[in-house]
Write a protein that binds this ligand. Structure first.
Ligand code: HEC
Ligand code: HEC
Length: 438
């Protein structure tokens, strides 16, 4: 049997010096740039629409319409709060929806800023011949929407929240189409999609998801590029020595090595980076008992291999435990980190990266016999899928963590430069700071 480590390209400094790996990186960057160039909102001199199209303007109304839920209290904007960079407005590991807002969700809410126009379609190219497998010519799985990449477009994804019993909880398309036909914007809906649109409930729902997608693609609030980092890239702001040192630590292939996945260099056409390569990785984040589903010891969120993803990719056991790399733009204002919301401050999340392997007893409980149960949010047979080759995840107990606390301060200072102006303003004007104390 082929070991996964042979098939999956490692992104450690060592591997990335191999010509194949370098080619892969350029290929990937090329794909991202090509996608970026096609959409309107790239930072680099691409067309920006003056106003939303009628469908997108409709999507904007749908996005914040709480009447489209069973509870009458939950809209897309409830979880993807525009005031929090379209991320969660609170520190709850998962949000609660359903008819009485008491049904727990399964995963932390991701920010919808920046990534939507760039997410590549799901791909996992497997080398078929054993020589190629040994020379690592496989692509790591990449792309697709949500933490497990199971949707290939935002409009396909939007079906999930509308009908999930843990979210907006509509019974069926008739139920949702009826609510749309009673909305204050029902007239606009007919004007955009046809006067008889509500006679065709399934079509009406599909059009609603397309309107949402157009809003997400077009509206500037999804890709404002107003952070200090963006101004710095444009030569309009200076980073402090501490912020610059933080970036160095973030980039260093033998240290943080963060930029190998959370890409932070501008593209060839000047496109500003969005801090993810959209690839999947298993980081072995500790189990989070704040998620009610985790009270069941047999329940595991295995990411790419289920329970929500059920296609052929989910049958590949080397995919178990892998989640899509999130953007780090506006991450400093989050109060929940990683797919299971296990950490509640950026400092904790960063400490986890550098101490996971040097001080595992700090992060995982003792298992039977007192042995630290590393990667305890995965069943034992899948723990080998966790990345232990890419720096800083390649150390062992007794070694020093890749970063000191001072280094972590510096990286936090750098990551804060990724906060957009609106969230910075909100944070400084708010009497109760929206950022959890570190
Ligand atoms: C109850 C909270 C909640 C509500 C309401 C909600 N979402 Fe989400 N959203 C989530 C969570 C959690 C995920 C991650 C899901 C996963 O990985 O399976 C997500 C993922 C997404 C993604 C994929 C982002 C990515 O990084 O690939 C999009 C797009 C999205 N939501 C749009 C919407 C839209 C549009 C609506 C309204 C129709 C909506 N959401 C309503 C919680 C919510
Ligand atoms: C090998 C690829 C890889 C490397 C290297 C890497 N990350 Fe990540 N990062 C990921 C993936 C994948 C996730 C999501 C994992 C999950 O939720 O299980 C993630 C999640 C995060 C999150 C949580 C963001 C959120 O929205 O929940 C932060 C913060 C973060 N990384 C920062 C860093 C920093 C800082 C470094 C350098 C020390 C780093 N990452 C190195 C792939 C990587």
């Amino acid at each position: 049997m082929m070991e996964k480590t042979l098939r999956k390209p490692a992104r450690s400094s060592h591997a990335s010096w191999q010509p194949m790996a370098i080619m892969r990186k350029f290929l990937m960057a090329g794909i991202l740039l090509a996608t970026g160039a096609l959409c309107m909102m790239g930072k680099a001199g691409v067309t920006v629409l003056a106003a939303l199209t009628p469908a997108a303007a409709l999507g904007k109304k749908i996005f914040s319409d709480r009447d489209l839920s069973a509870s009458g209290k939950m809209a897309c904007a409830t979880c993807h709060d525009p005031r929090y960079a379209y991320g969660p407005p609170n520190g709850s590991a998962v949000q609660y929806g359903g008819p009485d807002l008491k049904s727990p969700g399964y995963r932390a809410v991701p920010s919808l800023r920046y990534i939507l126009n760039y997410v590549p379609v799901w791909t996992h190219v497997l080398a078929t011949n054993p020589i190629e497998q040994l020379t690592e010519s496989d692509e790591a799985p990449a792309g697709g929407f949500t933490w497990d990449g199971r949707y290939n477009s935002p409009h396909a994804q939007a079906i999930l929240p509308f009908f999930s019993p843990a979210e907006m909880d509509n019974r069926n398309v008739n139920d949702l189409a009826r609510k749309l036909s009673q909305a204050t914007y029902a007239g606009d809906f007919r004007a955009v999609f046809g006067s008889d649109i509500f006679d065709h409930p399934a079509l009406a729902v599909e059009k609603a998801t397309l309107a949402l997608e157009q809003f997400e693609f077009q509206d500037e609030s999804f890709h404002p590029y107003t952070s200090k980092f963006d101004k710095w890239l444009d030569g309009k702001a200076a980073l402090t020595p501490q912020e610059l040192h933080g970036k160095q630590l973030f980039d260093d292939p033998n240290g943080g090595n963060c930029a190998s996945c959370h890409v932070d260099e501008a593209g060839a056409n000047g496109a500003h980076p969005i801090f993810t390569d959209f690839q999947f990785e298993a980081l072995g984040v500790p189990r989070n008992n704040e998620i009610p589903w985790n009270a069941n010891p047999h329940y595991y969120d295995l990411g790419l291999c289920g329970p929500f993803r059920t296609d052929a990719a989910s049958k590949d056991l080397s995919n178990c435990g892998l989640f899509r790399t999130p953007t780090l733009r506006n991450t400093a204002i989050r109060q929940v980190f990683f797919h299971n919301g296990r950490f509640h401050s950026l400092r904790e999340a960063l400490r986890f990266y550098v101490e996971r392997d040097t001080n595992p007893e700090k992060w995982y409980p003792a298992g039977p016999g007192g042995k630290t149960e590393k990667f305890n949010d995965l069943p034992p047979q899948y723990r080998r899928n966790v990345d232990t080759t890419d720096a800083p995840l390649d150390r062992s107990p007794g070694q020093a963590p890749a970063w000191t606390e001072q280094n972590i301060d510096d990286v936090i200072a750098f990551l804060k430069t990724l906060d957009d102006q609106d969230v910075v303003d909100k944070e400084s004007s708010s009497s109760s700071p929206i950022v959890a104390q570190h």
